[in-house]
Write a protein of this length. Structure first.
Length: 365
C-alpha cells in the first residue's frame, strides 16, 4: 500500500493525527465531555448502548459473510480460522462469551466516533447490517456512515482499539497502511455500502489516537468476493468443512475426538514431511533452550544482588519475587475428616484431555 494523495479530508485526517491528545487525566476528561456533546451528531442523536449485534443483524449475517469474517475465511486472521467461520454458518458452533477486550472495544466505540465527529465537524449515522445488491453472500455491519451536505452517504468510518503492542502493525497516520486483516474488512464494507473510501479511527493504549484513510480498490473487492463466494459454495452450501487450521485447531480436533482408543495406526507417506518438520523443530527448540541456559548463568552472576543490568541492547532484570503464603486445603480437609457425602458434593470431574508425545526411533543431536 502507498500513502494516499486524497481529497481535502485526508489532509484533515493527518492534521487530526498530528493534534492527537496526550495521555493524561485532563485529556481523558475532555475527550469524555466531547463524546457526550458529539453523540447527538450520529444521525438519530443516539449512540450505540448495546454490546454486539441485534437478533435481526445476527440473522442477516448468518446468511452470508460479514466484513470482520472475511480475513478468517481467507486465513488472514490471528484469532479465527476458516473452520471457525464454517462452524458459525452451519450452526455447529458452541456459544461463547465475548472477550473482555472485544466488549470494552465496543463500549469505547461511541466515544471514538464522537471525537471523530467533533474533530471533523461531520454528521454520522449507524446504518445497521447491509447486504450487497449483486452478491448477497457479502454482508457488513459498518460502524458509521459519514453524511454529506445533502445527507447522502459520503464515506464510512471504521473504529478500532488495541493495546500499545499493536502499534507496530500500523503505518504512519494519514496513510492507508493498516493491518492486512483490517484492510480486507474495510474493502468488504466499501463494496457492500458502495462508498469511495473509509477513514479508520484507531485508539491504541487508551491514549494514542490515529486516523488512516483507505481508498476503494475495485480489483481487490472483486477478488475478495470471488474467493469468498467460492468458499461459501464449497463449504457452507455443500456442508463440507474446510481443513482445520488456525489458533483453535487442536481444540476443535479434541472436541471431535475427546478420548483415545488402543489402536496404533500405520503411518502413510503423507505424514513423512510433517514428521520431519516436527523432529527439526524439536531439535532447534532443544538447541535454543540449551543456549539460553548457558547465557543465563554469566548474566545473573554479573547482576549478583543488584536488580538488573542495562545496555544499548535494552535491559535484563533478575528481581526478587515475594510469594504469598498458600494454604494446603487438601491437608485441612483431611484434618477435618469430612463425610463422603460432603466430598461428593464438592467433587468435579475435569473434561478429558489428550497428551501429544512424539517418541522417535532415534533423536538427532
Amino acid at each position: 500500500m502507498s500513502a494516499l494523495t486524497a481529497p481535502a479530508s485526508a489532509a484533515r485526517a493527518a492534521e487530526a493525527a498530528e493534534a492527537k491528545p496526550r495521555c493524561d487525566a485532563s485529556t481523558v476528561e475532555a475527550r469524555g465531555a466531547g463524546g457526550e456533546r458529539a453523540a447527538g451528531r450520529n444521525g438519530d442523536g443516539m449512540s450505540r448502548q448495546t454490546i454486539g449485534l441485534t437478533e435481526q443483524q445476527q440473522a442477516i449475517r448468518a446468511r452470508g459473510i460479514g466484513a470482520s469474517e472475511v480475513a478468517a475465511v481467507l486465513g488472514l486472521s490471528h484469532w479465527r480460522s476458516p473452520y471457525d467461520v464454517w462452524l458459525d454458518k452451519t450452526r455447529r458452533a458452541t456459544p461463547s462469551a465475548m472477550s473482555a477486550a472485544a466488549a470494552w472495544g465496543l463500549r469505547q466505540e461511541p466515544l471514538i466516533a464522537a471525537y471523530y465527529a467533533e474533530t471533523h465537524g461531520v454528521e454520522m449515522i449507524e446504518p445497521g447490517t447491509l447486504v450487497h445488491r449483486q452478491h448477497p453472500v457479502a454482508v457488513a455491519t459498518l460502524d458509521r456512515i459519514v453524511l454529506g451536505e445533502a445527507r447522502e452517504w459520503s464515506y464510512s468510518l471504521q473504529i478500532k482499539t488495541g493495546r500499545a503492542a499493536m502499534a507496530r502493525y500500523w503505518g504512519d497516520p494519514g496513510t492507508d497502511e493498516i493491518p492486512e486483516d483490517y484492510l480486507v474488512q474495510v474493502a468488504w464494507e466499501m463494496a457492500v455500502a458502495d462508498v469511495p473510501f473509509t477513514d479508520v479511527a484507531v485508539l491504541l493504549d487508551q491514549c494514542d489516537y490515529r486516523e488512516y484513510r483507505v481508498a476503494r480498490d475495485f480489483d481487490l473487492e472483486e477478488d475478495l468476493i470471488e474467493r469468498v463466494e467460492r468458499w461459501w459454495s464449497d463449504h457452507v452450501v455443500a456442508d463440507s468443512p474446510p481443513p482445520i487450521t488456525g489458533p483453535h485447531a487442536e481444540e476443535h480436533i479434541l472436541r471431535q475426538h475427546p478420548r483415545s482408543g488402543e489402536r496404533i495406526l500405520e503411518a502413510t507417506p503423507s505424514l513423512d514431511g510433517w514428521v520431519s518438520t516436527l523432529r527439526e523443530a524439536r531439535r532447534l527448540k532443544k538447541q535454543a533452550e540449551e543456549a539460553e541456559a548457558a547465557a543465563r548463568i554469566p548474566l545473573i552472576t554479573f547482576i549478583g544482588d543488584a536488580k538488573g543490568v542495562a545496555g544499548p541492547w535494552g535491559r535484563i532484570t533478575y528481581s526478587t519475587v515475594n510469594r504469598k503464603p498458600t494454604v494446603n486445603w487438601e491437608a485441612v480437609a483431611r484434618a477435618l475428616n469430612p463425610s463422603a457425602l460432603l466430598l461428593d458434593q464438592h467433587t468435579t470431574q475435569p473434561a478429558p484431555s489428550r497428551r501429544f508425545l512424539p517418541q522417535f526411533t532415534e533423536e538427532e543431536d
